[in-house]
Design a protein around this ligand. Sequence first.
Ligand SMILES: CC(C)(COP(=O)(O)OP(=O)(O)OC[C@H]1O[C@@H](n2cnc3c(N)ncnc32)[C@H](O)[C@@H]1OP(=O)(O)O)[C@@H](O)C(=O)NCCC(=O)NCCS
Length: 204
Amino acid sequence: MLAQPDYSALLTNIGRYTDIVRLKGRRLLTVRFVEQKDAGALMSYFRALSRQSRYNRLMGAASELPSSELDKTLHVGEGSRFAVIAEMKTDGAHAIVGEARYSYNAETRNTEFGLSIGDEWQGQGIGSAMLSNLECRAAALGSFRLFGETFRNNEQMIGLARKAGYSFGAAPSDWRQVRFEKPLYRATDIPCESWKQAAIAGWL
Ligand SMILES: CC(C)(COP(=O)(O)OP(=O)(O)OC[C@H]1O[C@@H](n2cnc3c(N)ncnc32)[C@H](O)[C@@H]1OP(=O)(O)O)[C@@H](O)C(=O)NCCC(=O)NCCS
């Protein structure tokens, strides 16, 4: 079995991997790697999610992000696991409006992800924007496929994945869940900073 590369040493100055995405209505969304300083805000974000959103995101009942998960989230790149947050400027301050985690498997060249958008921000195109950004970030790692799993009754996630061109199948580990996946191709332009940085570093 191939050891999972540890990207934490390679990701010096992780601020370089920040993307500014323009949403419909011209608002700007910043997608960047989670840093240690984000721990408090990230915990607050998870606590503020509705029970249903948190359940769908954490795949079970929990009132907050478990500390073991927070720990993994804060160590970006370790064990090929990555975490990003999406921020928007509201009332002059940056607020976390979404988050995602993804993990790259160097053996299968698949990347698995999960994401959430804060309830008050849902339905505004932020999930679609984040998903496109994740596709680019995964491709920059050398991934051939991006996939996720969700409960069969999660209409929002299934709708988002369908709109983004994912195909569906049974989740191997749990009959209550569905797996959605999409092949990734190398970008012809540079739609995310990770791609550019990977090209500069010669990872590709
Ligand atoms: C799933 C989730 C990430 C979607 O994010 P979002 O920002 O609301 O999605 P968008 O506004 O970008 O919507 C994109 C598309 O998704 C689909 N969609 C969104 N909400 C939907 C709903 N309630 N029912 C059906 N389809 C829906 C639509 O096709 C939509 O496109 P449209 O607006 O042109 O119709 C968000 O609802 C969420 O965080 N849910 C809770 C956590 C969760 O379920 N995470 C998934 C775990 S993998």
